[in-house]
Design a protein around this ligand. Structure first.
Ligand code: GLU
Length: 264
C-alpha cells in the first residue's frame, strides 16, 4: 500500500512538473533573450581583453579586435546599430558562468564549441576555427608536444588546451595562468618552457616578439562559436545570430575581418 502511494505521488509530481514547464505563467519562465535585447536596445557582450588579435585594449583604450568587430556586426543585424554593444571583459574561466547567469547576453571570446560546454550553454554556428599549438622561446629544444614530458608548460585556466593536456602529455608539469600575458611573462623569464593554447592567439605574441616562436604542428581543431544561455529562452536569438554569421560569411565580411586582423 505504502509502495502504491509512493508511486502515485511520483506520477503526480512528474505530471505537475511537465505541466508547469509547458504552461507555466510567463513570470515563471526565463525571459526571451532576443526580446530582452530588443527591449533594452543594448546587447551585453562578454569579450576577452587579453587575446590579441581577437579581443584587446588598443592604443586609445578601446576594446578592439576581430571578436569586437564581429560583436558590432551582430549588433547591427539584431539591434540595427553597431553602437548598441556594451562590452564586458571575461576570461576563459568565468565566461560560461557570466552567460548562464545573464551577466552578459552573449559571449564572443575565442570560445571553442565542445560537447562539454554545450551541456551548459547554447552556441551559434562556428564563425572561425583555430588549432591548439605551442609557443616556445627561440632556440628552445622543444619541437613537438612529445618534448613536453617532465617540462613546465603554461596553460590558461578554463581553456580547452588545459583540458587536452591531461590526455596529450600526462607527464608534463602543467601550470595554470589567469591571462595570456601572465603566461607569456613566465615563458620569457624561464618559469615555463612552453605555452599551449590556440594558434590564433599565440601567433600574436610571435609576430610582435622575435624571441618567441610558434611551432608548426596543431593538436586539435577548435571551432569558435558565440555562446549564450541554454534553453528555449535563446532560440530566437540563436536563429538571428546564425543568420547574421551566414550572411556575413556569404558577403565575405568574415574573410575581410580575418585579413584585417592578420589571420590570413
Ligand atoms: N579556444 C580555446 C577555448 O575556448 C582557448 C582560447 C581562449 O578561450 O582563450 O578554450
Amino acid at each position: 500500500m505504502k509502495h502504491l502511494a509512493f508511486v502515485l505521488v511520483l506520477i503526480f509530481a512528474v505530471l505537475a512538473g511537465t505541466y508547469f514547464l509547458l504552461f507555466a505563467p510567463e513570470k515563471y519562465q526565463q525571459p526571451d533573450l532576443y526580446d530582452k535585447i530588443m527591449h533594452s536596445g543594448v546587447i551585453k557582450v562578454g569579450i576577452n581583453i587579453d587575446s590579441k588579435p581577437y579581443g584587446f585594449i588598443d592604443k586609445n583604450g578601446e576594446i578592439s579586435g576581430y571578436d569586437a568587430d564581429l560583436a558590432r556586426y551582430i549588433a547591427h543585424y539584431i539591434v540595427k546599430s553597431p553602437n548598441a554593444v556594451k562590452f564586458v571583459p571575461v576570461t576563459p574561466a568565468n565566461r560560461m558562468l557570466k552567460a548562464s547567469t545573464g551577466e552578459v547576453d552573449i559571449v564572443i571570446a575565442t570560445m571553442t564549441i565542445t560537447p562539454q560546454r554545450q551541456e551548459i550553454l547554447d552556441f551559434s554556428i562556428p564563425y572561425d576555427t583555430a588549432g591548439q599549438a605551442l609557443l616556445v622561446r627561440n632556440g628552445s629544444r622543444i619541437t613537438s608536444i612529445n618534448d613536453l614530458a617532465g617540462q613546465n608548460v603554461g596553460v590558461i585556466f578554463g581553456t580547452t588546451a588545459e583540458r587536452n593536456m591531461q590526455n596529450l602529455v600526462p607527464s608534463a608539469n602543467v601550470l595554470g595562468f589567469k591571462t595570456y600575458h601572465e603566461a607569456y611573462e613566465a615563458l620569457k623569464n624561464g618559469a615555463i618552457n612552453a605555452i599551449t593554447s590556440d594558434d590564433t592567439i599565440l601567433s600574436g605574441f610571435a609576430l610582435e616578439d622575435k624571441s618567441v616562436k610558434l611551432l608548426p604542428k596543431r593538436y586539435s581543431r577548435e571551432p569558435y562559436g558565440i555562446g549564450f544561455k541554454k534553453g528555449r529562452c535563446s532560440a530566437k536569438l540563436k536563429q538571428n545570430i546564425d543568420f547574421a554569421i551566414t550572411d556575413l560569411r556569404q558577403k565575405n565580411v568574415i574573410t575581410r575581418l580575418r585579413h584585417k586582423w592578420g589571420l590570413g
